[in-house]
Design a protein around this ligand. Structure first.
Ligand code: ATP
Ligand code: MG
Length: 330
């Protein structure tokens, strides 16, 4: 049996090159070697208010973007989190074995809570739901960007705690980070990670941005007061641009150095923009083809949910038995 892989994205805005390089690109790479489940985590998105009509549209858009990136629905399951109720059910059971102190320490919670007037309880519980998503399928490997490494550590802690309280039940999952592109920074502010939910116009390159917009965003990216690329001490903005180039081009370190050392920032930005556009144009073409076929995405999502629901339900059944909750079978 092939090991199982699980990962997901929130339909909370426009997917950007950080989501692609940190996660999606690697999903495509691993799908032939593992049994993969790729989820659109809508229950996570509503930890912060989402306009209902926009959320509904984003769910379909993200599924189409998975397909456009090369996720093959005959090979991998693409599904929506809320279509399989067991995610929420297991999350409650795991909530009951998770100390609040573990959750209050999470960096993402602290950052997202600071931006809210009233903090929904869901924001604190977010990592428990994420642990449930993964553990529900007994996933062994979770390919994510670096910002999710802390939540994965917590998932491992929750799995281990459950196993020690109730007996060996869950696979303890491994985090898989890409070697390049695990943390793409904001183009307007290279000290914060690129995020869907960050508002500024010059912050991110969206996967569906037209070439002109991509050029404009990258040409305006924040750099530093040096004139040209110095690999000895690149500022965070320049390091980020080089990182984006390398993640798309897959050039080795030596080739990067030979090519970019001493290059003026204006030229560096032009070359990064063209590299990004060259990769996103065919991707966007596939996206248009996929979305022009009526009902196709909805069918992929229905089949994905149907395929994974039995795995999820059998885990919940097992957890109920382990915890002593009511089940008809013993
Ligand atoms: P939000 O602001 O709504 O949290 P996000 O951009 O952080 O949006 P998520 O849906 O939370 O996106 O994360 C989806 C995947 O993309 C995760 O695997 C996450 O680690 C990865 N990811 C997110 N941002 C980046 C980034 N800047 N660089 C690399 N990977 C990233
Ligand atoms: Mg995020």
């Amino acid at each position: 049996m092939r090991a199982r892989v699980f990962s997901g994205m929130q339909p909370s805005g426009n997917l950007h090159i950080g989501n692609y390089l940190g996660a999606l690109k690697n999903w495509v790479r691993v799908q032939a070697d593992y049994e993969c489940i790729f989820c659109i985590v809508d229950l996570h998105a509503v930890t912060i208010y989402q306009d209902p009509a926009e959320l509904r549209a984003k769910i379909i858009e993200i599924a189409a973007l998975y397909l456009a990136a090369g996720i093959d629905p005959r090979q991998s399951s693409i599904m929506v989190q809320s279509a399989v109720p067991a995610h929420a059910e297991l999350a409650w059971m795991l909530t009951c074995v998770t100390p609040v102190g573990w959750l209050e320490r999470m960096t993402q919670y602290k950052a997202k809570a600071a931006a809210q007037q009233t903090i929904g309880d869901g924001l604190l519980q977010y990592p428990v739901l994420m642990a449930a998503d993964i553990m529900l399928y007994q996933a062994a490997i979770v390919p994510v960007g670096e910002d999710q490494a802390q939540h994965l550590e917590l998932t491992r802690d929750i799995a281990q705690r459950f196993n020690s309280l109730y007996g060996d039940t869950f696979v303890v999952p491994q985090t898989s980070l890409p070697s390049v592109g695990a943390r793409i920074m904001g183009l307007d502010d290279p000290t914060v990670k690129m995020s869907k939910s960050a508002a500024g116009a010059g912050h991110a390159v969206g996967l569906l941005d037209p070439p002109d917009k991509i050029r404009k965003t990258i040409m305006r990216a924040t750099t530093d007061s040096n004139p040209a690329v110095d690999f000895g001490a690149p500022g965070p903005g320049v390091a980020n641009l080089l990182n984006i180039h390398q993640a798309f081009s897959c050039w080795g370190d030596d080739r990067m150095r030979a090519h970019f050392t001493g290059m003026r920032y204006g030229d560096l930005k032009k070359q990064v923009a063209e590299m990004v556009i060259a990769h996103l144009e065919p991707f966007q073409q596939r996206y248009r083809e996929i979305t022009s076929e009526p009902g196709y995405v909805a069918r992929v999502l229905r089949e994905g949910a149907e395929r994974v629901a039995p795995i999820a339900n059998s885990t919940v059944e097992l957890v109920k038995r382990r915890m002593g909750l009511y089940t008809e079978t013993r």
